[in-house]
Ligand binder design. Sequence first.
Ligand code: 13P
Length: 251
Amino acid sequence: MRKKIVAGNWKMNTTVPEGVSLAREVVAKAGEVPSDVKLIVAVPATHLVSVAAVLEGSAVELSAENCADHEKGAYTGEISAAMIASTGATYTILGHSERRQYYGETDEKLVEKARIAFANSLKVILCVGENLEEREAGKHFEVCESQIENVLFKFSAEQMKDFVIAYEPVWAIGTGKTATAAQAEEIHAFIRKTIAGRFGAEIAADMTILYGGSCKPSNAPELFAQEDIDGGLIGGAALKADDFIGIAKSF
Ligand code: 13P
């Protein structure tokens, strides 16, 4: 049985004290969430150590939002997978559309990053998704397929258990425009089929595929009721503990 996951991506929001209070609130309310739903908070690198201390002893797991494409060395300003793992984090997000769009993150770089993340025992939340232009041109299947092939297919069947996929249509991120449950399900099912084509039905059935893009407590129940939607990667709504927990209670 694949895992249900609700992960908050805080992006570049909150100072350390604000992040610590938000994490405290999430931990305080985590007991309201069904026990088969895993909660993850992905926080800015500056927050990892302090938030790890708050999460200790709770079931909430910690993620970075990105990691470097080199093991270590003269890469000023970068943060390595080993550094992230040493804080107690167990995941890193990779390939978020904001990183692809603003920081030139390519599929090739993502392969390197994921390889190093795995070497340091981090699991990877790999984001895929089309932009508005691609959606309007009817290319959404093809875009997601190539992102999956270019990154996921570079790894072994054995490594699939350490990946979570997040489908985030770029046009739905931070815009208030959610993909309809049917639009999201259509792509989720397609991604699962693509994975099955390469790694077999069993591995595809075990893969957690999250939806991200203007997900909130009001629309989460319909999204999470879809066969192939196993939870969410939540941006704006993850900055309020009540909304984040409300979403996680939506299954
Ligand atoms: P919003 O929930 O703010 O649309 O962001 C989604 C997202 O990008 C999560 O990674």
